[in-house]
Design a protein around this ligand. Structure first.
Ligand SMILES: [Mg+2]
Length: 382
């Protein structure tokens, strides 16, 4: 493909505008329900936001890191340090986005910090061009499939109730979190009640290879995938496990960028990839991973990090691009927050689809009063 018709090369050629001001804004939003996984239960979303100003244009990026290192090693504080002291100094007006992403590779890891800056800059460019972000990514708008991630529940009744609610909303797929002790029997009960549901499970690394016989029992429930059953740092043992299972494995935490995706596919560690753009360095690296996966017959979907409406909108725009053929973790705002910091909240149409927000950039408006209400910290960067 030439740059003119290759969407990745095209977005890489976009030039960075002059940045007048940068600021970190930290917001804290209570979850409607605590979100429990095998590693932690979170009751709030605390998000580090990056606000960039260029002339009259204000653009936002959201860092998907948690304040703690319980899910991934990066935290809001490490991201703040890396963005302020290492990434923003690499941003120059007139530099192409592709060159910036290459410069970022000098800083090892820290994909969440990198994605924050990349997202804010792409949003800024789209706003100044007065086009939607998906246009900048070279993709037309389309209805986005929805998926919901149901956290660990205290009782079977609560789990069945939560799944029933998702089914009634016409979500395209339902994911339930599992952990040791809340595994095969819990899945069996959900499958018995909802025999035709597109159902998957996510263990967030709760198991080891010794649990292969137990995980093998999940083959009976025709799950669409088992997500990250083994360690967040592993690829090799997932390859050994995949050989013994009929159910496809999906890697999430193990995929930090294209290199891990290549290794996972080469080793047969998974048949599906969860691309969290906010973790792998942003939209451009995500599009590269999705292209690689499509070339190798591996399905991809867009994962979520319980983002505010800013990060949620970024994930929606990403899912217009080629390769995102599997319903992701994008669900209605009301599953997470009573009030988001943006307008409009994400909702589902009667068939369970999500509309790409219309308008320039992300297509969502940060509401100043909501922002002030949820803001817990503010820092001018330059
Ligand atoms: Mg996951």
């Amino acid at each position: 493909m030439t740059p003119a018709n290759d969407p990745i090369q095209s977005v890489e050629q976009e030039l960075i505008p002059r940045i007048d001001h940068g600021a970190f804004v930290t917001v804290r939003l209570p979850f409607v329900h605590p979100f429990g996984t095998s590693v932690q239960v979170w009751t709030h979303k605390e998000a580090l936001l990056l606000r960039l100003t260029s002339g009259q244009t204000v653009a936002w990026g959201e860092c998907v890191a948690d304040p703690d290192p319980f899910y991934m090693p990066e935290t809001t504080q490490t991201a703040r340090h890396i963005i302020r002291d290492f990434l923003l100094p690499l941003v120059e007006p007139g530099l192409s986005m592709g060159e910036l992403v290459r410069r970022f590779t000098h800083c090892r890891g820290h994909g969440m910090a990198k994605a924050t800056v990349e997202n804010a800059l792409l949003n800024l460019i789209a706003l100044q061009k007065q086009i939607p972000l998906h246009d900048l990514l070279g993709a037309p708008a389309k209805p986005i499939m929805s998926g919901v991630s149901i956290g660990l529940q205290d009782s079977m009744d609560e789990l069945l109730g939560a799944v029933a609610k998702a089914v009634s909303r016409n979500y395209h797929r339902v994911k339930i979190k599992i952990e040791r002790g809340r595994d095969v029997e819990w899945v069996r009960r959900v499958r018995d009640r909802f025999p035709d549901l597109q159902l998957m499970v996510d263990a967030n690394g709760a198991f080891t290879l010794d649990d292969a016989p137990l995980l093998k029992q999940l083959d009976a429930f025709h799950l669409s995938m088992i997500e990250q059953p083994l360690s967040y740092a592993d690829i090799h043992q997932h390859a050994l496990l995949q050989r013994s299972l009929e159910t496809p494995l999906c890697l999430d935490e193990s995929i930090l960028g294209l290199d891990e995706a290549v290794a996972a596919v080469a080793l047969g560690a998974c048949r599906i990839l969860n691309i969290k753009q906010g973790r792998v360095g942003g939209l451009i690296p995500s599009m590269r991973i999705a292209r690689f996966a499509a070339e190798h017959g591996v399905g991809v979907w867009s994962g979520g990090m319980d983002e505010t409406g800013i990060g949620r909108a970024v994930n929606i725009h990403l899912q217009t691009t080629p390769g995102f053929t599997i319903p992701g973790d994008t669900s209605e705002t009301c599953n997470y927050f009573e009030e988001d910091i943006i307008d409009k909240p994400v909702t589902l149409d009667p068939e369970g689809y999500i509309a790409v927000p219309e308008g320039s950039g992300l297509g969502v408006n940060v509401l100043p009063d909501r922002l002030m209400h949820s803001m817990v910290d503010w820092e001018l960067i330059r």
